[in-house]
Design a protein around this ligand. Structure first.
Ligand SMILES: [Zn+2]
Length: 382
């Protein structure tokens, strides 16, 4: 038997049924693709892709110093002009100097700050927040400014001449140079580069008095570190040392630049372009004074180049002289290769192609001499 509640429920239901009609849902809605950055809606996914790519692409912001992007951690040793600093794709920059709170500024304001800084640590975060609803894309650079003025660099060179050029190189002498009062302060970076170089010379020469345990191959790392620092300094001493280091490491990429040291300039040209008709000529009248130590291996190779390149005719005696140096077991592998290359290049230049065959076969596949040796060898074996 139905209760009163049942009756009332039925009546209400009847009422609702009469007033609320659920509309017919119809066929399923077409999928839509809504742009996350603006109000555009697309019916095909590809259209959305194309739209986002075309209208909302956020490029990585980049800083350019002299046309190149510095690495994430960079050291600046020489002043940079304001015009050499550029920003691409950056809408804002956050700068923090020596650990201070980051300050937000427009990219236009940054070149002046960079150009005016001489010493200090700068953290730069470049932002590209050109899209309203997107996370900004950022790039960080940590830049150490270690810029010394000409006077400070000159003082470092004075200490260098006094401590490391006029007497023999020892670990104590290098420590003494690096601790000298003239090498402290802004010039320290330059002094460190010179220190690496001298330590490299010491490791390569291995004097018995030093009781070295460091392996010979370490000299290459030290030369590399010195090159990295000294290549930034536009000073005659730095140019000469970087020239010597490149030559010692068989890098002839800057063979055309003059260091003012005739033997080195001659040997660089002879080994990178043996077919060149005009070789650098020496100025016999010029007075010379020692300005930097050169490791004995490299010095021997430079002497050999100067002696062989200035001969007016070739003979088996010269072959023998070259062979002896090329086979010497106190020389490093890079110096053996250079001795062979000098032998081949000098004999070739003097028309003694038969004498050139022996060294050419040994360097035909050796970088960087293969750039010419392979071709010469092919030519004589025809
Ligand atoms: Zn959009």
């Amino acid at each position: 038997m139905p209760t009163v509640g049942w009756i009332r429920e039925d009546a209400l239901e009847a009422f609702y049924e009469g007033t609320e009609r659920t509309p017919d849902p119809g066929p399923p809605a077409k999928p839509t693709f809504r742009c996350p950055f603006c109000s555009s809606v697309f019916s095909i996914q590809k259209e959305l892709h194309d739209h986002v790519y075309k209208n909302h692409r956020v490029e990585r912001p980049v800083m350019l110093l002299g046309g190149r992007e510095p690495s994430g951690r960079a050291v600046i040793r020489v002043p940079v002009g304001r015009s050499a600093i550029a920003f691409v794709n950056a809408t804002a920059v956050r700068i923090s100097i020596d650990g201070s709170d980051p300050q937000r500024c427009l990219p236009d304001a940054v070149p002046k700050k960079l150009a005016d800084t001489r010493q200090g640590e700068m953290n730069l975060v470049l932002l590209n927040d050109s899209q309203v609803n997107a996370e900004p894309v950022s790039t960080c650079y940590a830049i150490s400014f270690r810029i010394a003025d000409a006077q400070e660099l000159k003082r470092v060179e004075e200490a260098f001449a006094e401590i490391l050029v006029s007497s023999s190189i020892t670990r104590d002498a290098i420590s003494c140079f690096l601790a000298d009062q003239r090498t402290q302060g802004p010039g320290k970076e330059y002094a460190t580069g010179l220190g690496y170089y001298c330590l490299g010379v010491l490791i390569k020469e291995r004097p018995a008095s030093e009781h070295l345990t460091t392996p010979l191959s370490r000299y290459r790392e030290l030369y590399g570190s010195a090159l990295q620092v000294l290549a930034d300094f536009d000073r005659p001493l730095a140019r000469l040392i970087t020239g010597v280091i490149r030559f010692a490491m068989n890098d002839f990429s800057e063979a055309g630049s003059s260091t003012g040291y005739w033997e080195l300039d001659l040997a660089k040209v002879l080994l990178s372009d043996p077919g060149r008709t005009r070789m650098p000529s020496s100025d016999k009248r010029a007075k010379r004074r020692p300005i930097c130590p050169i490791d004995h291996g490299t010095a021997r190779i430079l002497d050999l180049a100067a002696r062989m390149a200035t001969q007016s005719r070739w003979s088996p005696i010269l072959d023998d002289e070259c062979r002896e140096i090329a086979n010497s077991d106190v020389l490093d592998a890079t110096d053996h290769e250079k001795a062979l290359a000098i032998w081949a290049a000098a004999a070739w230049r003097m028309g003694s192609t038969q004498s050139a065959i022996e060294p050419l076969t040994q360097i035909a596949a050796v970088y960087p001499f293969n750039s010419w040796a392979e071709q010469y060898l092919e030519h004589v074996s025809k």
